[in-house]
Design a protein. Structure first.
Length: 159
């Protein structure tokens, strides 16, 4: 299978958005995506871009993405966080996910990051196996902590 990996452009965001929605359905949270296409376009390609994204194309159709952003570790220094690595369900197993991950790792290395982080659901054994086979350490003794928009508002109201 021949595919192309390239940096995403603003006009790719509609297809990126579709893949994000597909991932939400796969992760059993089809209604959890709150971001809009306009926000995605602005946040990635506005005056102060908040993320970078690589897309993977098969026959000129976007079938996968790797979306990531800068992060900083007080222990390690510069880092990036891979927010999502998504491959269309019907295109998994062809090497597209590996090619996208390769591109993120090469990018991180080129800018001198000390670490690349990402999360994986504990029930997603195929993804866990994929990452471990690539040499990543899945830290099962850490829990992800989040404060939602509503949680932030509640927190602020108590200050």
């Amino acid at each position: 299978m021949v595919f192309t990996i390239r940096e995403a452009k603003k006009e790719d965001m509609a297809e990126v958005y579709k893949l994000i929605k597909e991932l939400a359905a796969f992760e059993k949270e089809p209604n959890a995506v709150e971001i809009t296409l306009a926000e995605l376009e602005n946040d990635g390609f506005g005056k102060n871009p908040q993320f970078k994204c690589f897309v993977g194309e098969i026959d000129f159709k976007i079938e996968g993405i790797a979306l990531f952003f800068n992060r900083y570790s007080t222990w390690k220094g510069r880092a990036i966080h891979l927010e999502d690595l998504i491959v269309s369900e019907n295109k998994r197993g062809l090497g597209l996910g590996t090619a996208l991950l390769d591109e993120v790792i090469k990018y991180g290395h080129s800018i001198g990051v000390k670490r690349i982080n990402w999360d994986v659901l504990d029930w997603n054994e195929p993804a866990i196996t994929f990452y471990e086979n690539k040499g990543a350490k899945v830290m099962r003794d850490w829990d992800v902590v989040q404060l939602s928009e509503e949680g932030i508002k509640n927190y602020i109201s108590k200050l």
